[in-house]
Design a protein around this ligand. Structure first.
Ligand SMILES: Cc1cc2nc3c(=O)[nH]c(=O)nc-3n(C[C@H](O)[C@H](O)[C@H](O)COP(=O)(O)OP(=O)(O)OC[C@H]3O[C@@H](n4cnc5c(N)ncnc54)[C@H](O)[C@@H]3O)c2cc1C
Length: 466
C-alpha cells in the first residue's frame, strides 16, 4: 500500500550529512524532501572546511614568495618585487567559488529527484514538520542540522568579538588578531592571519593547544608557531573585552592586556538543536545538548534519525557524509549497505605548519600496555634551500606485544596529504613490519615513515606493571 505521508524521508539540513543522505535515498527510489534554512552545502562549504582551506592556501603564498629567494628567485633589477595582498579581491573570488559549489549541491540534489525546500524546518509532531510555513509529513525524518560556534556570554564584551561564521566575510584584513581558543579552528585561523601578515596572539585554557591530540604533537605545534612569532598565552581565558576606538582591549584572566583589531572566539561548537521542536517529536538530547542516538543513528524515536555534528560524535565532514550515506543505504538500499570504519579516523589540522593524525595518542595507548615509540625530527629538503626554520615531526606508536601500529602523528609541510594513505594502512591493521617492508618514495618526507629503524623510547611499561 502506498504511504500516506508526503515523503518517505525528509531531511532537515542541507549540509554535508543531509545532502548525502537525501541524494542516496532518492537514488534508491525513496520519495525524499530536504529543507535548508541558509546555504546549500552547510557549514563545510560555506563557513568551514572549504573557505578555510582557501584562506590557508592564500596565507601560504606569502611564505612561498619569501622562500623562493632560496631557490634563486629574485625581482628583476629595477623592480621592487614586494607583494601586497588584495583582501577584497581575494574574498570576492573565494565567494564566487563558494557560490559555484552551492549550485553544484542544488543540481546534484535535483538531479537525484530530491524535492528542495529553501526554508527552516521545525517539528510539529513525530511525523509532521512546519517547513517555512508549509505543513509536511514524512514517514522517516533525518535531523542533520549541524552545529554553530559556541558563545561565552559570561565574558564581558564578548559581542565585540567575532566567531568563525563571521571570519569569512571581514571587510578588511586585520593587522592584530587575538584568537581565543586553542582548538583546531583557533590554531588554523592563527596560521591564516599570521601568514597574511597580522600580528597574532592566541589565548587558550590548556597548557598546550589542541586538547585531545597527542601531547608531543601539541608541543611540536606550540614550538613551531612560537618560533614563527605567534604569541601563545597558555592557561588563559578572556576576562573582558573593551572597545578602544575601532580596536579592542582584551584583559586575560592573568591581568595581561592584549590590544587587537580583531578578537576571534573559537571556543568550541554547539549542536544546533534550539527551536527545532524536538520535544514535540519526542526526541531527547544527551547531557551535552546533542541529539542522543544509538549505533544506527536512531534517536529516541525509532523513525527519526540524527547524523553529523548535531549528534556530536566525530565532528568532521567525511564522518557526516559516511553516516548519511550508510543510513540511506540501510533504510532504502541494498541488503549490504556501504560501511565505514569509524575508528581509527585520520584527520588533519590546517595550522601553519599543518598536522595530521590517525589512531591513538600516546596518552590513550597506555591502556594497551608497553609500546615502542618511534619519532623523527628533521629539516625538510625544501627548507634546507629556503633557509626557513621549522622541522617536520613524525611519531609512530607501536603495540609491543603485537607490533600493531596504534597511532601515527605528524607535523610539517604536506602531512595532511600523506596521512590519508596511512589511514588506510591503520584501518587494515598494519604492523610495524608492514611499514618496514614497504619501499619508500624518494626523495620525500613521507619515506621517513617506512625507514624508522630505531625505537626512540619504550612507553606504557609502568602502567602495564600496575
Ligand atoms: C571553521 C570550520 C572549519 C572546519 N574545517 C573542517 C575540515 O577541515 N575538515 C573537516 O572534516 N571538517 C571541518 N569542519 C567541520 C565540518 O564543517 C562539519 O563537521 C560538517 O559540516 C558537519 O556536517 P553536518 O551535515 O552535520 O552539518 P552542517 O554542514 O553544519 O549542515 C547543517 C545544515 O543544516 C541547516 N539547518 C540548521 N537548522 C535547520 C533547520 N531547522 N531547517 C533547515 N535547515 C537547517 C544549516 O543551515 C546547515 O546548512 C569545520 C568546521 C568549521 C566551523
Amino acid at each position: 500500500m502506498a504511504s500516506t505521508y508526503d515523503y518517505d524521508l525528509f531531511v532537515i539540513g542541507g549540509g554535508s550529512g543531509g545532502v548525502r543522505c537525501a541524494r542516496i535515498a532518492a537514488g534508491h527510489g525513496a520519495r525524499v524532501g530536504i529543507a535548508e534554512a541558509a546555504h546549500w552545502g552547510g557549514t563545510c562549504v560555506n563557513v568551514g572546511c572549504v573557505p578555510k582551506k582557501i584562506m590557508v592556501q592564500a596565507s601560504e603564498y606569502a611564505r612561498h614568495a619569501v622562500d623562493a629567494a632560496g631557490f634563486g628567485w629574485h625581482p628583476a633589477s629595477g623592480e621592487t618585487g614586494r607583494l601586497v595582498h588584495d583582501w577584497p579581491g581575494f574574498i570576492a573570488k573565494k565567494d564566487a567559488e563558494i557560490l559555484r559549489l552551492n549550485g553544484i549541491y542544488v543540481r546534484m540534489l535535483e538531479g537525484s529527484g530530491v524535492v528542495l525546500h529553501e526554508a527552516r524546518a521545525v517539528f510539529t509532531g513525530p511525523h509532521t514538520l512546519d517547513v517555512g510555513g508549509k505543513a509536511v509529513t514524512a514517514e522517516r525524518i533525518v535531523i542533520a542540522v549541524g552545529g554553530h560556534p559556541s558563545l561565552q556570554p559570561h565574558i564581558k564584551g564578548m559581542e565585540l568579538g567575532i566567531t568563525s561564521d563571521d571570519a569569512f566575510h571581514l571587510k578588511a584584513m586585520p593587522r592584530r588578531v587575538l584568537m581565543v581558543g586553542g582548538g583546531y579552528i583557533g590554531m588554523e585561523f592563527a596560521g591564516i592571519f599570521h601568514g597574511l601578515g597580522a600580528e597574532v596572539d592566541v589565548a587558550y585554557r590548556q597548557p598546550l593547544p589542541l586538547r585531545g591530540f597527542d601531547g608531543e604533537l601539541r608541543q611540536a605545534l606550540a614550538d613551531a608557531v612560537t618560533e614563527q612569532g605567534v604569541r601563545l598565552h597558555p592557561t588563559q581565558t578572556v576576562h573582558k573585552v573593551e572597545a578602544a576606538g575601532d580596536a579592542r582591549r582584551v584583559t586575560l584572566t592573568n591581568g595581561h592586556v592584549v590590544e587587537a583589531d580583531l578578537v576571534f572566539f573559537a571556543v568550541g561548537r554547539t549542536p544546533k538543536t534550539g527551536g527545532l521542536g524536538l520535544d514535540r517529536a519526542g526526541v531527547v538530547l544527551d547531557s551535552k545538548g546533542a541529539v542522543a542516538v544509538d549505533a544506527g543513528n536512531a534517536t529516541t524515536q525509532p523513525h527519526i534519525f540524527a547524523i553529523g555534528d548535531v549528534s556530536n560524535k566525530l565532528n568532521l565532514t567525511p564522518v557526516a557524509i559516511a553516516e548519511g550515506h550508510n543510513l540511506a543505504d540501510r533504510l532504502f538500499g541494498p541488503s549490504r549497505p556501504r560501511t565505514w570504519a569509524m575508528d581509527p579516523v585520520a584527520t588533519a589540522v590546517f595550522s601553519a605548519p599543518p598536522l595530521a593524525t590517525v589512531g591513538m595518542t600516546e596518552e590513550e595507548a597506555v591502556v594497551c600496555g608497553p609500546m615502542d615509540i618511534y619519532t623523527a625530527h628533521f629539516r625538510p629538503m625544501r627548507h634546507v634551500m629556503s633557509g626557513r626554520a621549522g622541522k617536520t615531526f613524525m611519531k609512530m606508536i607501536v603495540e609491543q606485544s603485537t607490533q600493531r601500529v596504534l597511532g601515527v602523528h605528524m607535523l610539517g609541510d604536506d602531512v595532511p596529504e600523506m596521512m590519508q594513505g596511512i589511514g588506510v594502512a591503520l584501518v587494515a591493521g598494519a604492523t610495524k613490519q608492514d611499514f618496514d617492508r614497504t619501499i619508500g618514495i624518494h626523495p620525500t618526507s613521507a619515506e621517513e615513515l617506512v625507514t624508522m629503524r630505531t625505537v626512540t623510547r619504550v612507553a606504557g611499561v609502568a602502567q602495564a606493571a600496575e
